[in-house]
Design a protein around this ligand. Structure first.
Ligand code: CA
Length: 224
C-alpha cells in the first residue's frame, strides 16, 4: 500500500484530494500546516508527498527544504503561484513535479502515479542490491563491485557470494552452499566448494586486501 502525505491547509481541498487518492487505492495522511507536514515527514515514511505552497506557519518552500533534508520521498508541489520563476525555483529546491491550482483530479492522479512508479522503481533496485562492507552485489545484473571496482565472477561464484552476503552472520555448510549455488544435487565433493571459495577470495583480493570470507573449520564458511 502506497502512503501519501497531503500538506494543504484548506480543509475542502485536502479532503477532496484525500477522497480522490483513497478511491484510487492510496492510503492518505492529512496535514493542515507546514509545521505539521514536516513533523509527519520526520516520523513516518511516505511514498509521496503533496505540498501546498501557501500555508500558515512555515511556508511550503521552507517545508520543501526541510522535507528534502529528512527523506528522499518525491514531492509534488500544488499551488496557485504559477509564475515561471517560482516553478523553476521549486524544481531547483528539490520538488519533483508541480501542479497549478485549479487542477483536474485526473491530472493529479496521473502525476501521482508517475512519481510513485519512479520512486518505487528505484526502491526495487535497491532491494536487489546486497551490500557487505565495501562489496556490492547486484542480483539482477549479476554484477559485483568491490570499492566500486567491478570484479568478474562465474555464475557459481556469484551464487556462493550471494548466499554468504544474504546472511553475513550465518555459517553455511558446503552442503548448504552446493544446494544454493548449483542446480543439481550435492555429490559430496568438498573440494569443489573450496576451489570456488578460493577463487572468490582471489578475485576480491585483486581490489582489496581485506579478508571477507571466513573458514569455519569443520562446518563451512561465513562472511567475516
Ligand atoms: Ca493553502
Amino acid at each position: 500500500m502506497y502512503r501519501i502525505l497531503i500538506i494543504e491547509d484548506e480543509n475542502d481541498i485536502n479532503n477532496m484530494i484525500k477522497a480522490a487518492l483513497g478511491k484510487a487505492g492510496y492510503e492518505c495522511v492529512q496535514a493542515f500546516s507546514g509545521t505539521e507536514g514536516v513533523l509527519y515527514a520526520k516520523t513516518e515514511k511516505f511514498s509521496l508527498i503533496l505540498l501546498d505552497l501557501m500555508l500558515p506557519g512555515i511556508t511550503g518552500e521552507e517545508a520543501l527544504t526541510k522535507i528534502k533534508e529528512i527523506q528522499n520521498t518525491p514531492v509534488i508541489v500544488i499551488s496557485a503561484k504559477d509564475s515561471l520563476d517560482s516553478k523553476v525555483e521549486l524544481l531547483t529546491a528539490g520538488a519533483d513535479d508541480y501542479i497549478t491550482k485549479p487542477f483536474e483530479l485526473k491530472e493529479l492522479l496521473a502525476r501521482v502515479a508517475v512519481q510513485i512508479r519512479r520512486y518505487s522503481g528505484t526502491h526495487e533496485d535497491k532491494a536487489e542490491k546486497l551490500q557487505y562492507k565495501d562489496i556490492a552485489l547486484y542480483k539482477d545484473s549479476f554484477k559485483v563491485t568491490v570499492k566500486e571496482d567491478p570484479i568478474d565472477l562465474t555464475k557459481q561464484e556469484f551464487r556462493i557470494l550471494e548466499l554468504l552476503m544474504l546472511h553475513p552472520d550465518r555459517v553455511f555448510s558446503k552442503q548448504d552452499i552446493y544446494d544454493y549455488a548449483w542446480d543439481d544435487y550435492y555429490i559430496g565433493e568438498d573440494k569443489t566448494i573450496n576451489v570456488h571459495i578460493s577463487n572468490i577470495r582471489k578475485k576480491l583480493k585483486t581490489v582489496s586486501d581485506e579478508d571477507y570470507i571466513e573458514t569455519v573449520w569443520g562446518i563451512g564458511f561465513k562472511m567475516k
